[in-house]
Design a protein. Structure first.
Length: 205
């Protein structure tokens, strides 16, 4: 793309948000010669998606759009909001880190990448939740390989001092933050949690 967009760079804050959301719901797609960022959230998380759109506004090629898709097998209707960015070389670097072919992976140097509370907060808002029966937290890392999840475990411990475990959920594994660590975790991410997602850190007495 022979335009000014080829020279655009991510700010430090945009990089931190990008790292967090790539661990969560965002995708980097090859589109033409370069890569675009695509972010989608459920209908109930419209305001959270609009917050992300605002943060990447200088890269976004469209306003947030509402989409209804029907699963051909189950006939269930899925409603969501999404937006995409321009396809530019600034995202190529991150696609090489976080993808093997079309499969999202955890880079071996994730400890160097995931080192800011903002990134951690975005990851948790995207893919984390509190259990109903206690204050323990889960990060939905099911799509990653077990060795990749161990890299994330080490990153949480080394960079944020968060003790965590791997728990099996049906046939998959995910990261589990026990009751003893949730107050510490929530204190780290709380300044960066958007209002609509505060329920995720509402601990019970």
């Amino acid at each position: 793309m022979g335009s000014y967009r080829s020279f655009m760079q991510l700010s430090c804050k945009q990089k931190e948000i990008l790292i967090g959301t790539l661990l969560g719901d965002a995708h980097l797609e090859k589109n033409g010669n370069h890569t675009r960022l695509r972010i989608s959230h459920t209908e109930s998380q419209e305001n959270y998606l609009r917050w992300k759109h605002l943060k990447f506004n200088n890269f976004a090629c469209e306003n947030p759009r509402f989409v209804e898709e029907t699963d051909k097998r189950t006939k269930k209707v899925y409603k969501s909001w999404h937006f995409s960015t321009y396809s530019i070389d600034v995202f190529d670097f991150y696609r090489k880190l976080f993808y093997k072919g079309k499969i999202k992976i955890i880079p071996n140097n994730i400890t160097e990448l995931l080192n800011s509370p903002l990134s951690l907060a975005i990851w948790y808002m995207d893919n984390g939740y509190k259990r109903n029966d206690c204050n323990a937290l889960r990060l939905s890392t099911d799509s990653f390989q077990l060795n990749e999840q161990k890299l994330l475990q080490k990153c949480l411990k080394d960079n944020f001092g968060i003790e965590n475990k791997l728990h099996k959920k049906r046939e998959k594994w995910n990261i589990y933050i026990p009751n003893s660590e949730t107050v510490k975790f929530c204190r780290i991410v709380e300044p960066y949690i958007v209002p609509e997602m505060k329920y995720k850190i509402s601990l019970t007495p």
